[in-house]
Design a protein around this ligand. Structure first.
Ligand SMILES: [Zn+2]
Ligand SMILES: [Zn+2]
Length: 331
C-alpha cells in the first residue's frame, strides 16, 4: 500500500509498504477520505508534538476491511470515522472524565500512524460508525467533535451576540454551532475575501476584515479561531461585561498574551480555552447525519495521496479558493 511519511520536519515522501495486520482489539480501515488540518502542517514544519517519522492524518473516515479477534462492534464493510485521541482509561485524568488530558496520551496521525495512507489499523474504542454519511463528511467528525467540546464550554445562550475571529474551516464550524445554540447575531473577522464570502453564505450576519471594525464591549461571547496572538489580545476589549471569551485557535508555543488584568477583573469575565475533545464523536456524527451541521460548502479540494505536499503549499498560500482539502488515499 501507499503511505505518506514525514521523516523529519520539512521532509515528506510517499513510501510503499505492507498492509498492517490488525491486532486483537484493532480494526483495519481502508481510508476513503482524510482531511488536512493545521495540526498536520504544524507537524510537517516541526512546530508540534509529533514523533518522527510520523504518518500524518487524524481526520478521516473509511471502510472496515478486517477486524481483530476481540472486536465486537464492527464487521467488514462498516463505514466508520475515527476519534484520533487514544486515552489509557487508567490514569488519574482518564478516571476523572478528563480523557483529553490522559497522562499516557497517544494520537492517531500524531504519535501513531495516521490516515494519510491507504490502510490503517486503529483500536476499536477509537472507531465510530457513520452509517451512510459520505466519506468526505465523515472526515469532519474529528474537527467537529473539538468544536462541540469548545461550544459546550462557552455555553452560548439563546439570543446571544457572538463574535468569531477567523473564518477558516474551524471558524465556520463554530459559526454553524453558534447558530444552532440560538445566537441572535454573529459577527466574524476575516480578511480573506473567499472565506468572508463563505462565512456570509453560512449565516454570518456581518463579516469585517479589520479588528478595528469590531465594536468594543458588544459581544456576549467572543471566540478566537485564529490562534494569532495579536488577535487574541483584543478579545478582552470586544466582550461585554460579564461575558465569555473562548480561546479556541492554536497559538504558537512559547508566546505570551498581553491582556489588561484590571479590565479582566472589572468586566467579571469567563475566560476559557478548549483542548481537543472528550468523547464528542457521537454528537458530531448525529449533527452531520441530520444535516444540522453542513460541511459540504467547507470543502474546496479533493486530492490524491501523492498531492499532499502540494496541498500543504496550497493551504499555506492562504489562496482565496482554498478551504478544507480532503485527500482520497484510495483513488
Ligand atoms: Zn485536526
Ligand atoms: Zn489516561
Amino acid at each position: 500500500m501507499k503511505s505518506i511519511v514525514i521523516t523529519k520536519p520539512g521532509q515528506i515522501s510517499m513510501v510503499e509498504k505492507g498492509i498492517p495486520n490488525p491486532r486483537a482489539n484493532e480494526v483495519l480501515i481502508q481510508v476513503m477520505a482524510s482531511g488536512i488540518c493545521g495540526t498536520d502542517l504544524h507537524i510537517y514544519k516541526g512546530e508540534y508534538l509529533g514523533n518522527y517519522p510520523v504518518i500524518p492524518g487524524h481526520e478521516f473516515s473509511g471502510v472496515v476491511v478486517e477486524i481483530g479477534s476481540q472486536v465486537e462492534r464492527f464487521k467488514v464493510g462498516d463505514r466508520v470515522a475515527v476519534e484520533p485521541n487514544i486515552s489509557c482509561d487508567n490514569c488519574v485524568n482518564c478516571l476523572n472524565n478528563r480523557q483529553n488530558f490522559c497522562l499516557n496520551w497517544q494520537a492517531i496521525g500524531v504519535t501513531l500512524p495516521g490516515g494519510m495512507q491507504e490502510y490503517v489499523a486503529v483500536p476499536e474504542k477509537a472507531v465510530f460508525s457513520v452509517g451512510d454519511l459520505p466519506f468526505d463528511q465523515g472526515a469532519f467528525v474529528e474537527p467537529l467533535s473539538c468544536v462541540v467540546h469548545g461550544i459546550e464550554r462557552a455555553k452560548i445562550k439563546l439570543g446571544d451576540s457572538v463574535a468569531i475571529l477567523g473564518a477558516g474551516p474551524i471558524g465556520d464550524l463554530i459559526l454553524e454551532m453558534a447558530r444552532l445554540q440560538g445566537a441572535s447575531h454573529v459577527t466574524m473577522l476575516e480578511n480573506n475575501p473567499g472565506r468572508a464570502e463563505l462565512a456570509r453564505r453560512l449565516g454570518s450576519d456581518r463579516v469585517v476584515d479589520q479588528l478595528d471594525d469590531l465594536i468594543p464591549e458588544k459581544y456576549d461571547v467572543v471566540i478566537d479561531a485564529t490562534g494569532v496572538i495579536a488577535v487574541m489580545n483584543r478579545t478582552i476589549d470586544l466582550v461585554r461585561r460579564g461575558g465569555t471569551v473562548l480561546l479556541f485557535g492554536v497559538p504558537p508555543a512559547g508566546k505570551k498574551l498581553e491582556l489588561d488584568a484590571f479590565e479582566i477583573f472589572q468586566k467579571g469575565l469567563t475566560l476559557l480555552s478548549s483542548y481537543t475533545s472528550i468523547r464528542n464523536s457521537f454528537q458530531a456524527i448525529n449533527l452531520l447525519q441530520t444535516g444540522q451541521i453542513n460541511v459540504e460548502p467547507l470543502i474546496s479540494h479533493h486530492l490524491l495521496l501523492n498531492e499532499l505536499p502540494d496541498a500543504f503549499k496550497m493551504i499555506e498560500s492562504r489562496d482565496e479558493a482554498v478551504r478544507k482539502v480532503i485527500i482520497l488515499p484510495n483513488e
